[in-house]
Design a protein around this ligand. Structure first.
Ligand SMILES: [Zn+2]
Length: 102
């Protein structure tokens, strides 16, 4: 949640969260997580922004550092992946058990 630059209400920033990393002086990787906004919607005043440049012009900072949420984000990704795996296995099992066509 971010606040609308026009009316200060809570508004929605849509975008993608992606892992990234920085290499510090001694060459070790510092894992990071960055959210990059691509669209903005405010229900309260109807403000809509549809790309990164518009966000910047309107005074919405589209890049949010979410590095502190990295562990949670990875856990979520893993859960999604595990769930997909499980679903795939289940659907394959169903196909195998299906009665053969006469
Ligand atoms: Zn607004």
């Amino acid at each position: 949640m971010i606040s609308c630059p026009v009316c200060r209400s809570d508004a929605v920033l849509l975008g993608a969260t992606e892992p990234d990393g920085e290499v510090d002086e001694d060459g070790s990787l510092l894992p990071g997580l960055t959210f990059v906004g691509a669209a903005f919607e405010c229900d309260a005043c109807g403000l809509q922004l549809n790309d990164y440049d518009e966000l910047v012009i309107a005074g919405v900072d589209p890049v949010i550092d979410r590095s502190s949420e990295l562990d949670r984000w990875y856990a979520q990704m893993y859960e999604d992946w595990a769930y997909e795996e499980w679903r795939e296995r289940e659907s394959r099992a169903c196909q195998n058990n299906a009665p053969e066509a006469a």
